[in-house]
Design a protein around this ligand. Structure first.
Ligand code: MG
Ligand code: FE
Length: 168
């Protein structure tokens, strides 16, 4: 068995690892995107927001009395999901990347939904509010991608039809 606070600490650490992975993915996307300036700018904005999310998670862990010096940094965080995206060299890279980002944002929304409930169960109202704010940021990014996926796709298709740069 484990106490509610112990579960919260473990899940906050998982969320921190998830954000590190998000930083790896988005850093690669911002570096590679060339012909989709709107998408590139949206990802660059969310990348900065994500760095702040990781910092806020570390602060929540400190509030719980956790030792944040053992949180893994970016090195070696390129696991499963991130690898599929950061190593992406496919012909429709921009579209696949936007799609992968849309899926990733939803994983984040789910994770924060769980973590808010875990914080409330542990009686940590302050932490719950921080996590709710982060969840809203993930929802805003998911909404942006939902709204823009059709335009990104249409742009890719029309560019590729005339052999203009379309891939990234
Ligand atoms: Mg995030
Ligand atoms: Fe996100």
């Amino acid at each position: 068995m484990a106490s509610p606070k112990e579960h919260l600490r473990d899940w906050l650490r998982d969320a921190h690892a998830m954000e590190q992975q998000a930083i790896s993915m988005m850093t690669a996307q911002v570096e590679r995107l060339e012909t989709y300036p709107e998408l590139r700018a949206a990802i660059a904005r969310h990348l900065e927001e994500t760095r702040s999310q990781a910092d806020r998670l570390a602060e929540c862990l400190t509030l719980l009395g956790d030792d944040t010096s053992t949180l893994k940094d970016l090195t070696g965080r390129l696991v499963a999901f991130g690898q599929g995206l950061t190593g992406m060299m496919v012909e429709d890279e921009a579209v696949k990347g936007a799609l992968a980002s849309y899926a990733f944002e939803h994983m984040e929304i789910g994770a924060y939904r769980v973590n808010v409930a875990a914080a409330e169960a542990a009686g940590e109202a302050t932490i719950a509010r921080v996590l709710e704010q982060i969840m809203k940021e993930e929802m805003a990014m998911a909404d942006w991608l939902y709204e823009h996926l059709p335009r990104i796709t249409a742009e890719f298709v029309s560019r590729d039809a005339v052999d203009a740069p379309a891939k990234r």
